[in-house]
Design a protein around this ligand. Structure first.
Ligand code: NAD
Length: 483
């Protein structure tokens, strides 16, 4: 039990501590959590060397072998479900009921990727003269750079496809939430050859060390658009493969033919789940004017019923916990301040609390702020949501698309033809129809515009961890015939 709450980097199959120490902060109490080592430059070198030496035999191991190991890793994770969920709650502030879901969802990523069919050789041409084939090969050493909002599941969305396709992976958690990832990598070490799966926690210099390291072949990044742009620029120097899953400002469009009593509670969930700290959350809600007033009232009544509280006592009925860290807390507060300064109408919440012993912000709904206001154009990544009226379908689609991001979106209508036609016109990689935003391991995730570069997840997502090789085999005799 005690050993579970000790944390180390994992390099070459072994835990490694020593050197500098860092501590996360429990956002429910603002108290420091457990010690965690900060990787040194030597740790990075050792991890890359170890991954490089593991790669030849790991990449040649059979898909079936790797599948078997990933399923065993899933079992190890689920055997530690209770403690892993507690770690997620402690480090991230997520209510325990949703931390448990995160562990289950992470297990689903392992299972889904393990069971994906292997890439087959594709025959492009086969005639008397030439056989032309294409195969998919693993890229090499992958650095998986992760954010803090879903620390375990978003890391698993990289680890599982990278490993099943035969890559070696070095995972870098956000320094705000290093614990669940380091623990998972440690727990499954006995399954994998040393160097196949490693984890490094670090300070602000670790990410750039990985993105510039010539021994790393691919960066898979999930995080903010601003950091994504830095990573793309930095990885260009060594021409690494890069996949970027970035921020968004997804719109939910509600048509007049839905029942507000059924749909408004779901839209509220899609907007406020994890206190708004979900990349694809509905960060803007557009409701048709015919049902606007009723819809807004049901949304407000729904959110008012939720228990918003510190989570580190693991109470099972909490719906919303704190913002994960002070930096994000201050960003969200700026959105509140801007709406107050511009006289927006808060129909729920809106108080700017004084100093407290946690990072809780009560959920707020802003009615009809102007389209160019910060709360509509920016990504608060917190519990403040603008709800706007619309009248004309073309007009609302134009407003939904009037953003430099294109991660997700949602459409609600009892006329499915209408819903599909609106979804088709939303410029985003994922659109939910008559359901709130629940990403799934089998659904490919691909941000448009400044929400990303490339995509991950789903069977298609495996190709993000592969590079093709095309073989042109001429059939003419080039030597004596074999007898
Ligand atoms: P962030 O960009 O601040 O940090 C993400 C990771 O990048 C962390 O591990 C951080 O240490 C590392 N990092 C920071 N600077 C770096 C650099 N110069 N080089 C390399 N690595 C660096 O993001 P965050 O605050 O952790 O996450 C919140 C953001 O992530 C939001 O914008 C959210 O929408 C987005 N997000 C997107 C998705 C998606 O799938 N598209 C999922 C979750 C979160």
């Amino acid at each position: 039990m005690k050993a579970f709450f000790k944390f180390a980097n994992v390099i070459g199959g072994l835990p490694r501590s020593g050197g500098r120490i860092h501590r996360g902060v429990d956002p429910s109490t603002k108290t420091p959590l457990w010690d965690v080592p900060v990787a040194s430059r030597q740790d990075v070198e050792d991890a890359v060397t170890s991954a490089k030496s593991a790669f030849p035999s790991w990449s040649r191991s059979s898909w079936e072998h790797r599948r078997h190991l990933l399923l065993q890793a899933r079992d190890v994770l689920l055997a530690n479900r209770t403690q892993m969920a507690e770690l997620i709650t402690k480090e991230g502030g997520k209510p325990i009921q949703f931390a448990n879901l995160e562990v289950d969802h992470a297990a689903n990523f392992l299972q889904f990727n393990a069971n994906c069919p292997a890439f087959e050789e594709r025959v492009i041409q086969d005639d008397a003269e030439l056989k032309l084939t294409m195969i998919q090969k693993p890229i090499g050493v992958v650095a998986a750079i992760c954010p803090w909002n879903y620390p375990l599941v978003l890391a698993m969305g990289k680890i599982a496809p990278a490993l099943i396709t035969g890559n070696c992976t070095i995972v870098k958690p956000s320094p705000f939430t290093p614990y669940s990832i380091l623990k998972f990598v440690e727990l499954v070490q006995p399954l994998f050859p040393p160097g196949v799966l490693q984890a490094l926690n670090g300070d602000d210099t670790l990410g750039p060390q990985l993105t510039t390291h010539p021994g790393i072949d691919k960066i898979s990044f999930t995080g903010s658009t601003a950091t994504g742009k830095k990573i793309a620029a930095s990885a260009a120097a060594t021409m690494k493969y890069v996949t970027l899953e970035l921020g968004g400002n997804s719109a939910s469009i509600v048509c007049p033919d839905v029942d507000p009593r059924i749909v408004a509670p779901q839209v509220a969930l899609g907007s406020f789940f994890n206190s708004g700290q979900l990349c694809v959350a509905s960060k803007r809600v557009y409701v048709h004017e015919d049902i606007y007033d009723d819809f807004l009232q049901v949304m407000v009544d729904t959110v008012k019923q939720w228990k918003v509280a510190p989570t580190s006592g693991f109470e099972s009925d909490i719906m919303l916990g704190p913002i994960q860290n002070e930096m994000q807390y201050n960003i969200v507060k700026q959105f509140f301040a801007d709406s107050h300064a511009n006289g927006h109408r808060f129909v729920l919440g809106g108080e700017l609390d004084g100093p407290r012993d946690n990072y809780i912000i009560s959920p707020a709904i802003v009615s009809n702020p102007p389209d160019d206001s910060l709360v509509v154009t920016g990504e608060a990544f917190g519990p403040i949501v603008p709800v706007m009226r619309w009248k004309d379908e073309d007009e609302v689609i134009r407003r939904a698309n009037d953003t430099r991001t294109g991660l997700g979106g949602a459409v609600w209508s009892s006329d499915l033809d209408r819903a599909y036609s609106i979804a088709d016109r939303i410029e985003a990689g994922t659109v939910w129809i008559n359901g709130f935003e629940k990403p799934l391991p089998q659904g490919h995730l691909h941000g448009y515009k400044e929400s990303g570069l490339g995509g991950e997840w789903g069977h298609e997502g495996l190709s993000a961890y592969c590079r093709p090789q095309v073989l042109h085999c001429y059939k003419a005799q080039v030597g004596p015939a074999k007898l």
